[in-house]
Design a protein around this ligand. Structure first.
Ligand code: ADP
Ligand code: MG
Length: 651
């Protein structure tokens, strides 16, 4: 059987349509055209500088290397001029007349071929001019056409900087499918290129000085040649991230930060990163000296500014850092991204993902160093940004390192400002302890007063204070650190601390109850349950209390009370939780209630006291649903107590 004959065809294109798609769909944001033209001008200047550095002599060598933007409002004309490389008539036709043809890409390819032929592979030779070449922005040969988003006629007048032919030529097009090239008139630049864009009626905003300045500042602030709008130089900051670290002073870093982030304060710290593999990028990452409310008003107000070869691609890009590093501010500049990448493609971009991985590793390393070498500064960092950083418990791959950087206030520290790492906690713990104990509370005082803490105090076991709502989620998320568990004190089993000796305290030992009283006590517990009814699940003897008479606990293995409260708020549930009331058999109050119970099971005062004891426990647990009833019970108890007191003392 014979195969059907096969033939190969070239795609044909409707140039008009391709141009239309190109100019109208490539960019979502019209002002980008200015970025493209300024980038092209910058490339042309770079190429001129490059060839000059290699010994060639350009026309008009005294001309400054710069970009000038001017307008003629009456003629609705926007002009962008550069004193760069320029183009011959052929180059005009080739570079601007062939869609997706990039003279810049050719220039770079030429360089690469040359350097591999001449330098025996030493591509990093600093004198080879490579650093200059790395500045060249263009690569795709489509950016120029974006000018037709705003102009219905464009003239490109150009005079080449090198070569015999000194004639200037003009390329003219309406962007609809044809162009012409002819000799330029007397208004041609002496060297380089002048672009005259005749603006459409709906684009006259680009005739306004302030509009031009703000677009340039936004997208092209770090172009390495002076950019003038009228007489005003618009780009004054150097692209500091591209400078070698050793040449940048602390003041320069700070000044750059203030301009970039509109902050009046110096940054707390800065990281300057230069990486070549697995992905090329430079970054300046600052830790601000003030906190932002990422859980509230500033929710979306984070991310790093992403640049490709000094040109802004996206402000506040959120792919470059994970949320828990949201406190970082600064810029990332990579040569591995095309300028005209769309936001949609940025979102799943491999280059950005790789950059993020490097930034995370380096930032964790940076923080580790800070913690080890400058505890004071690290503490300042923690107070400002710890709340966000804690979210790093999500980062499974780096969890161990995130854990090492966590800080807590604890029961063993002298004051509310002191901080401890988990490692320091472990070092202080007695032999045999394998659990990080924690208590969640709204503040240090409340944490200290939690009845659940009493047993721990008695045994001298340190407890981490979780004073922010997110903390408990962090603890649950962490699982383990260095083989130690995390556990809430209120979930401690009855025998959890049996292995640890009591810290000697000069307190009178309490007489244990007699066998008979023990049985009566069981009766008292039953009676108390009767009195409280459905408000409690059970009333039982506590093994966790030392000084308090009673405490409410979640049924065994339940979640912590603060977590439960959080969920209730989420579910808008304002009923009271039904918990177990644990009482302290050795507390004087309970001992006296036992006496009352033995004398008269139905004693009214006993019932009132049981209610009040429950109220107080509920309060300590953070619930106060019926303050009126509570106050009136307290008041009537006080009235009776005062009467008894007066009676007994015979006042
Ligand atoms: P790219 O910049 O990605 O190469 P463009 O469409 O922006 O693509 O430009 C196409 C080509 O036109 C450039 O590569 C360059 O060779 C040439 N060009 C554009 N603007 C200028 C200019 N101002 N001076 C010299 N050459 C230019
Ligand atoms: Mg370009």
């Amino acid at each position: 059987m014979s195969q059907p004959a096969e033939s190969t065809h070239q795609f044909r294109a409707e140039v008009r349509k391709v141009l239309h798609i190109l100019t109208n769909s490539l960019y979502t944001n019209r002002e980008i055209f200015l970025r493209e033209l300024v980038s092209n001008a910058s490339d042309a200047l770079d190429k001129l500088r490059f060839r000059t550095n290699r010994g060639e002599s350009p026309r008009e060598p005294g001309l400054p290397l710069e970009i000038r933007i001017s307008v003629d409002k009456d003629a609705k004309l926007l002009c962008i001029g550069d004193t760069g490389l320029g183009m011959t008539a052929d180059e005009l036709a080739d570079n601007l007349g062939t869609i997706a043809k990039s003279g810049s890409e050719e220039f770079l390819a030429g360089l690469a071929a040359e350097s591999s032929a001449s330098t025996d592979g030493d591509a990093n030779d600093p004198d080879s001019g490579k650093p200059d070449a790395a500045n060249i922005i263009g690569r795709f040969g489509v950016g120029f056409y974006s000018v037709f988003m705003v102009a219905d006629k464009v003239e490109v007048i150009s005079r080449p900087a090198f070569g015999e032919d000194t004639t200037a030529h003009v390329w003219t097009s309406d962007g609809l499918g044809t162009f012409s090239v002819g000799e330029a008139g007397a208004d041609a630049p002496v060297r380089g290129t002048l672009i005259r864009a005749h603006l459409k009626d709906d684009a006259v905003e680009f005739l306004e000085q302030y509009r031009l300045e703000s677009v340039i500042r936004k997208h092209s602030a770090f172009v390495p040649f002076p950019v003038f709008v009228g007489e005003e130089r618009v780009n004054t900051q150097p692209a500091l991230w591209r400078e070698p670290k050793s040449s940048v002073s602390k003041e320069q870093y700070a000044e750059f930060y203030k301009a970039l982030c509109h902050d009046h304060k110096d940054p707390l710290d800065v990281q300057h990163i230069s990486v070549d593999a697995p992905v090329q990028f430079n970054a300046l990452l600052y830790i601000p000296d003030s906190a932002q409310d990422f859980f509230g008003a500033d929710r979306d107000f984070w991310g790093l500014d992403l640049y490709a070869r000094r040109v802004l691609i996206q402000h506040r890009n959120k792919e470059l850092i994970p949320e828990y590093l949201a406190f970082l501010r600064g810029v990332v500049d990579t040569e591995d991204l095309p300028l005209n990448i769309s936001r949609e493609t940025l979102q799943e971009n491999v280059v950005l993902r790789k950059i993020q991985q490097v930034i995370v590793k380096q930032s964790l390393g940076h923080l580790e160093k800070l913690a080890a070498n400058d505890a004071e500064k690290y503490a300042a960092f923690w107070k400002l940004h710890g709340k966000v950083f804690k979210l790093g418990y999500h980062d499974f791959a780096n969890r161990e390192r995130v854990c090492g950087l966590l800080r807590f206030n604890t029961s063993a520290l002298a004051d509310a400002d002191a901080l401890s790492s988990l490692t320091e906690y472990m070092e202080r713990a007695p032999e045999g302890q394998k659990t990080f104990w924690y208590v969640a509370a709204p503040n240090r005082e409340a944490a200290r007063l939690s009845p659940h803490m009493e047993r721990f105090r008695q045994k001298g076991i340190e407890v981490l204070y979780l004073l922010e709502p997110v903390d408990e989620f962090v603890m649950e998320g962490l699982g383990k650190y260095k083989d130690w568990d995390f556990k809430a004190v209120e979930n401690a089993a009855d025998d959890a601390l049996d292995a640890f000796a009591d810290k000697s305290e000069d307190k009178e030992p309490v007489q244990p109850l007699s066998e008979a009283d023990n049985q009566s006590f069981d009766g008292l517990l039953e009676r108390m349950k009767e009195i409280l009814g459905d408000k409690v699940k059970e009333v039982r003897v506590s093994h966790r209390l030392a000084d308090s008479p009673a405490v409410l606990v979640s049924p065994d293995g339940g979640m912590t009370s603060s977590m439960e409260k959080f969920l209730r708020v989420m579910q808008k549930d304002d009923s009271l939780p039904v918990k177990t009331l644990e009482v302290n058999r050795d507390h004087p109050l309970l001992r006296n209630m036992l006496r009352m119970f033995k004398a008269d099971r139905e004693d009214k005062a006993l019932a009132d006291m049981t209610q009040s004891l429950f109220d107080a426990s509920l309060l300590l647990d953070g619930y106060l649903n019926d303050p009126q009833a509570l106050a009136s019970r307290v008041n009537s108890l006080l009235a009776e107590a005062a009467a008894w007191y007066a009676e007994v003392r015979k006042l």
